[in-house]
Design a protein around this ligand. Structure first.
Ligand code: SF4
Length: 310
């Protein structure tokens, strides 16, 4: 992985990116991020728009905002470096126990243990830990096991090994047990109950939301508004959300999944706009990378192009 090694900035950035995103996707984003902002100091000095633009499409934008805040705090209070103690790291925005521990063990070789989804899966199977993996009681058990088996003589290697084992051997579907170095002690393997661990999350009822937006593209570009700091997609650029008369029909509808919500975005041509535009601007598609926007905008553009291809 491009982030492996003992650079604390790289370890931290990758840990934050990997929290809600798959490895394969993170690889491109990570590379683009460090090409543009190669050091912690560069991140601290960047403006928020640049940081959010580099994050466009990854979702959970608070991760990017916290990343930026933390970089600035490090510049002000920690001589431009990420602190070396877990407690100081945990006091920074967006850094929880596992991220702090990952930085401590991978970058500073301290005897700390980490706990991400992959590691939880290994422990859940190895010790047949009952309970949903994100419930506080279960997480506590995982931490206790991880601490018990931590090898302090080579903490960085232990942490990396555990992460790699979870990501590449003890896979979610079809784990490669015959290649697993801890197969002999694995309770779930011995009892042929691997598929029961970790326990599946109970399904959350998804809320459905409908929004209506106007699509207005001229030779000057696509008309976008910067959304307010509150509500959905704070501070991101998106099509204007409009009220529509009931007789109007949308050009098309795009369905977009958010955490626990399914959003149907009804896209109208510009004639549906009743209010006078007061904010926003036309932005050429080629310049979109500089304007942080949600992934839904890309889905809409794809659909629009499909509908309007000759
Ligand atoms: S034996 Fe199989 S299920 Fe158990 S830890 Fe190894 S890969 Fe995972």
């Amino acid at each position: 992985m491009p982030w492996q090694g003992d650079n604390p900035y790289h370890v931290w950035l990758s840990e934050i990116m990997l929290q809600q995103t798959q490895v394969i996707k993170v690889m491109d984003y990570f590379q683009r991020f460090i090409d543009t902002l190669p050091t912690l100091a560069d991140l601290a000095q960047a403006d928020e728009q640049t940081v959010l633009a580099l994050w466009s499409g990854l979702g959970y934008y608070n991760r990017a905002r916290n990343l930026h805040k933390t970089a600035k705090l490090c510049a002000e209070k920690h001589q431009g470096r990420l602190p070396v103690s877990r407690s100081e790291l945990e006091a920074l925005p967006g850094i929880g126990r596992s991220t702090a521990a990952a930085i401590c063990s991978l970058a500073y070789n301290q005897p700390e243990v980490i706990m991400d989804g992959n590691v939880k899966r290994v422990f859940a199977r190895q010790f047949m830990v009952a309970g949903e993996p994100n419930k506080a009681k279960t997480v506590k058990q995982f931490w206790q096991l991880a601490e018990r088996y931590q090898k302090s003589s080579c903490p960085g290697t232990y942490t990396q090994g555990l992460m790699d084992l979870g990501a590449m051997v003890c896979k979610k579907n079809k784990p490669l047990c015959e290649h697993c170095p801890i197969e002999k002690s694995c309770l779930a393997r011995q009892r042929d109950r691997i598929h029961e661990y970790p326990e599946k999350k109970k399904k959350v009822v998804q809320k459905v939301i409908n929004i209506h937006v106007a699509f207005d593209e001229t030779s000057n570009g696509l008309f976008l508004e910067k959304r307010s700091a509150q509500g959905i997609w704070p501070d991101l650029w998106f099509l204007p959300i409009i009220a529509v008369e009931s007789h109007r029909k949308p050009m098309f509808v795009v369905s977009h999944k958010l955490t626990h919500r399914l959003m149907h975005i009804h896209v109208y041509d510009k004639r549906a706009i009743q209010q006078k535009k007061t904010k926003g601007q036309h932005i050429e598609r080629s310049a979109l990378l500089k304007y942080p926007h949600p992934k839904a905008l890309i889905h809409i553009l794809d659909q629009y192009d499909n509908h309007h291809m000759p």
